[in-house]
Design a protein around this ligand. Structure first.
Ligand SMILES: Nc1ncnc2c1ncn2[C@@H]1O[C@H](COP(=O)(O)OP(=O)(O)O)[C@@H](O)[C@H]1O
Ligand SMILES: [Mg+2]
Length: 212
């Protein structure tokens, strides 16, 4: 049983992230029900959750994470948050327990959209691009959440990817995302948008990467 500690974040709207009490190097993601979908068209997963208590979205995230990790070479493992798995929490719902990504100073690592430190060197974005090429592109996988807020800055050469959740429905028109070619195109566009929002060059077009 996981006891919830300090709230790290409730930005997503779908979920809250808490430090694990008694294990401050870990955190746990629990769905935040009764929030965003009230009054809107309810997401089927949340209906399932409400009616049957199935944590579909977190289960889905964990499954997608495991699928991705099978394709991550050892030298890039530290660029993905380590997720332990689903565990029961003291508030009566199961949560996704994971490593709490920390800076060298022992604070929770900021996401790229909240990062306030020195401008990040090329090495940081080069590493992100290496991840795109050697994991997502190579295996035609989708992360489902490539965005500034889902990249943590462990240090100035170490991006750490989090949030493997698919929280939007796949619409009929997006059906071709099951075709590897289109998955690669989509993920490439997501990374391009990330580089643009971070005000760095379009790393997807750099011919030879020399990150390390
Ligand atoms: N393992 C972690 N270590 C440190 N901070 C985290 C971790 N997981 C999430 N966070 C923080 O919580 C925020 C929301 O978590 P995320 O998994 O992206 O949830 P959501 O699906 O609601 O976007 C992130 O943007 C990040 O700032
Ligand atoms: Mg997120």
């Amino acid at each position: 049983m996981i006891e919830l500690g300090e709230l790290i974040s409730s930005v997503g709207g779908w979920s809250n992230i808490y430090v694990v009490k008694d294990a401050p190097n870990k955190c746990v993601k629990v769905l935040a029900p009764h929030r965003k979908y009230q009054g809107e068209k309810p997401d089927p997963n949340l209906v399932a959750k409400k009616k049957y208590g199935i944590d579909n979205m977190l289960e889905f995230e964990y499954a997608n994470y495991q699928k991705i990790m099978k394709c991550v070479p050892d030298n890039l493992k530290k660029n993905f948050v380590h997720i332990d798995g689903m565990q029961m929490t003291s508030i009566g719902v199961r949560g996704l327990v994971m490593e709490r990504v920390m800076t060298a100073e022992g604070t929770t690592a900021p996401s790229l959209d909240h990062y306030k430190g020195e401008p990040l060197p090329d090495a940081f974005f080069c590493k992100l691009e290496q991840i795109r090429r050697e994991v997502f592109h190579k295996h035609s996988l989708d992360h489902f959440g490539v965005a500034l807020r889902n990249v943590l800055v462990r240090d100035n050469r170490t991006p750490v990817l989090i949030d493997f959740q698919k929280n939007r429905r796949i619409y009929r028109s997006q059906i071709n995302l099951y075709i590897p070619y289109f998955t690669r195109q989509k993920v490439r566009r997501n990374f391009q948008r990330l580089y643009e929002e971070a005000h760095v060059q379009d790393w997807t077009t750099v011919k030879d990467l020399h990150c390390d």
